[in-house]
Design a protein around this ligand. Structure first.
Ligand SMILES: Nc1nc(=O)c2c([nH]1)NC[C@@H]1CN(c3ccc(C(=O)N[C@@H](CCC(=O)O)C(=O)O)cc3)C=[N+]21
Ligand SMILES: [Mg+2]
Length: 302
């Protein structure tokens, strides 16, 4: 039995098409396009690639798009001043501060300074609270979790009633918000992590398994329940000497080939959750624009 490989790239294109359509309907109504500002501090090469891709998609979707590249020496006060300026700019609907920030900057302080109405990452405590209390009509939901849910929905439909979901990883940006979304779809949710006893046995109970631990190929084929839907959030760059000296390749947190022999469906890395994250950023920006203008919230799921 070979699993369905969930095509995150293709599903991301359908989300992007909806975001573009919503943006082109919004622009004449509001008299301005949706606006997204992406802020990068420092010169981490992977972050530079991600931020460039985000700006490119924003332009393709017809947004006003700003990219702010600040030197690694930027102080917290300088970054907070930029955030305040973007908060006050009526043409900016979405503010994304790329993580991780340099150690000299208090990340929580910066994330809390972003206007919750413009918090397209969904990291502000107001949005975390709205998601946790089930007020999803108002919440801006983090992009990777929202994208992961759409991938799950593409296989199982919207209701997860009666399903056991196991999330491996308890980060604020992935594990915890995914668990909240799964709970809202009526799944029975377990959050497992590095201190969970017999992690393999816990994973084997999962009808829906979400891997967000950041350890390359940690989750093996024999951890998968037959027929499970597996979402691999991990993006790990590992050495690939078979491709030549100094070359690397991307792998997820799941040993995909092994897992695909047991699962019903699995997301690949690359081409799974990653493209969805960027698509949901565009969707969240259009959503923030509508909510800020008092217009009905557009729908991006199935
Ligand atoms: N404030 C903030 N918000 C984020 O959403 C955020 C962040 N900071 N910091 C870093 C992580 C990482 N992230 C990714 C987005 C797209 C891909 C993506 O498109 N991946 C491609 C492959 C990319 C490649 O080849 O390197 C794929 O999986 O197919 C990956 C990772 C967003 N993040
Ligand atoms: Mg985690």
């Amino acid at each position: 039995m070979a699993a369905e490989i969930i095509d995150g790239k293709a599903i991301a294109q359908t989300v992007l098409a909806k975001a573009r359509a919503a943006a082109s309907a919004f622009t004449p109504r509001a008299g301005r396009p949706p606006g997204l500002a992406v802020v990068l501090v420092g010169e981490d090469p992977a972050s530079q690639v991600y931020v460039r891709n985000k700006s490119r998609e924003a332009e393709a979707a017809g947004f006003r798009s700003e990219q702010h590249n600040l030197p690694v020496t930027t102080t917290e006060a300088e970054l907070l001043a930029l955030v305040a300026r973007l908060n006050a700019d009526p043409g900016i609907d979405g503010i994304l501060v790329q993580l991780p920030l340099p150690r000299t900057i208090d990340t929580d302080r910066v994330l809390m300074a972003v206007d919750p109405a413009k918090d397209v990452d969904g990291f502000h405590p107001v949005n975390v609270g709205l998601l946790g209390s089930g007020a999803t009509a108002r919440a801006l939901v983090p992009c990777t979790p929202a994208g992961s849910l759409i991938l799950i929905e593409s296989v199982l439909g919207p209701s997860l009633a009666g399903k056991q979901a196991v999330v491996v990883g308890r980060s604020n940006i992935v594990g915890k918000p995914i668990a909240q979304l799964l709970l809202q779809r009526d799944a029975t949710v377990t959050i497992a992590h590095s201190k969970t006893a017999d992690l393999a046995a816990v994973c084997r109970r999962a009808d829906v398994l979400v891997a967000a631990v950041g350890r390359p190929e940690m989750i093996r084929g024999d951890w998968i329940r037959p027929g499970a839907v597996v979402v691999d959030v991990g993006i790990n760059r590992i050495p690939a000497p078979e491709r030549g000296e100094g070359r690397t390749r991307l792998v997820g947190d799941v040993a995909t080939r092994e897992a695909a022999e047991i699962a019903r469906a699995i997301t690949p890395v690359p081409g799974g959750v990653g493209p969805m994250t960027i698509a949901l950023l565009m969707a969240n920006t259009v959503t923030a624009a509508h909510l800020r203008e008092g217009l009905p919230r557009p729908v991006f799921g199935a």
